[in-house]
Design a protein around this ligand. Sequence first.
Ligand code: NDP
Length: 448
Amino acid sequence: MDVDKTVDEYYQQILKRNPGEPEFHQAAQEILSSLKYVLRKDDHYADEGLIQRLAEPERQIIFRVPWIDDQGNVQVNRGFRVQFNSVLGPYKGGLRFHPSVNLGIIKFLGFEQIFKNSLTGLPTIGGGKGGSDFDPKGKSEHEVMRFCQSFMLELQRHIGEDIDVPAGDIGVGGREIGYLFGQYRRITGRHESGVLTGKGLTWGGSLVRTEATGYGVVYFMQEMMASNKERLHGAKVIVSGSGNVAIYAIEKAQELGATVVAFSDSSGYVSTPEGVDVELLKDVKEVRRGRVSDYANETDKATFHEKGNIWEVKADVALPCATQNELGEEDAKMLADNGCKYVAEGANMPCTPEAIDVFNTRHTLFAPGKAANAGGVATSALEMQQNASRDSWSFNYTDQRLRDTMHNIFRACNDTANEYEVPGDYVVGANIAGFKKVADAMLAQGVI
Ligand code: NDP
C-alpha cells in the first residue's frame, strides 16, 4: 500500500465533501498525518472504509433558535449539534456560544473530541459537540435564559443520558447549564441528571468539574516537565485567556509554586511579573463578568496591554487557554527565542500547524489539546458515574481521579510516541493512542 498516496486521497475527499470548513480540514489533516505511522505498520486500519467513516459525522443537526430580547424584538440564532461518533458510548462534548460559531468549527471540535474522549481511558464516551452563534456578551440574565430555553426546546429531542450528553465550552458555564437543564427537566418531566454535565453541586454536579480542565492541563505539564527532570515550581508561566480553563490553570500552576506572568482576553493582555491575584481575577471574571482590563485597574501589580501580543512575554512555559489558532508561527518563534521550553494546549487547537513545526524544530516540548485538556471531559465522565450511582464524591477523591487520568493520558501519549519511534512527539502519540481504541471498536462493530 502506498500510504502517502492513500492518506492524501482521504484528505482530498474530506476537502471535497466539506467545503468552506478550514478548521475541520486542519483538525483532519493533523490526524491523517499521524495515521500514516499506523498504516505503515498495520494497513488493516484502512479496511472497510474505516477512515472515511470516521471522518463523516454520524449525524449533524442544525436548527433555528428564535428568542425575544429585552426590547421585545425577535432575534434568530442558529443552533448546532454534531453527533460525530458513538462507537465507544453516548456522544459527549461541550456546547459553545460565540458569534464565530459555524458548522465547520463545531465539526472540528466534535472530531477532536472523539480521540480526546477515547484517550481519557474512561469507558463509554463517544464524541460530539454543539453550540450556537449566539453571543452571551452584553446580554441580560433574562436574555441569556430565554435563549437557553429556546435552544433546549429543539436540542432536547436529540439528547439523553444514554444518547448524547452535552457540557459547557466557550460562553457556556454553570449559569447556562442551569438554564438548559431546567428547561430539559420541564419539557421531559424527568430529573435526568446524566443528560448534561457541569451541573450545580446541589442538583447532580461533581466537585472538581469547574476546575478540571485547567487543573488537568497543569497536571499534564507536570508530567511533561518531570519526563525532562524539571519542575513547575519556580517556573514563569503564560496563560492566555481568562475564562474557565485559564482561571483554573492559573490557580493550580501558582499552587504548585509557579509564577503566572500574563493572562488575556480578546481585548489584550495583562502582565503580572509577581504573579496573579487569583481571588481578584475570579471576582472580576466569574462574579462581575468583567474584562481583564478591570483586573489591571484594581491592582498596582499588573499592567494592561491593549491589543498587545501575550506571546511576547518572557516565560518558561506557555499554556494557550483561549481559542483555536490564537498562537501562530511568529508567536512560536518569539516564545522559543525567549527561552520557552514547554507548551501545552488548554484550548482546542490554539496553535497553528506552522507554530507546532516551530516548536518541533526548536525542541520546545509540545502537548496537543486532545491530551492536555482532556481533564474536563474526563471529570464530566466522573460526573456521569456519580449520577448513575446517585452518589457524590469528595473533592480530594475526585481530584485524585483527575490526576490519575492525566498521568495515564501522558503515559499513553509518551509510550505510543516511543512505540512509533517519534519520542517526545505527543501529537503523534495522542492521535494514534486515541485512534486505535475507536478504530478497533468500529471494526468489531461492523460497517454501520
Ligand atoms: P470561556 O468562555 O470561559 O473563556 C474563553 C476565553 O477565551 C475568554 O477569556 C475569551 O475572551 C477568550 N476568547 C474566546 N474567543 C476568543 C477569540 N476569538 N480571540 C481571543 N480570545 C478569545 O471558555 P473556556 O475557558 O471554557 O474555553 C477556552 C478553550 O478551552 C476553548 O478552546 C474550549 O474549547 C477549550 N476547552 C474547554 C473545556 C472546558 O471544560 N470548559 C474543556 C476542554 C477544552 P473574551 O471574553 O474577550 O471573548
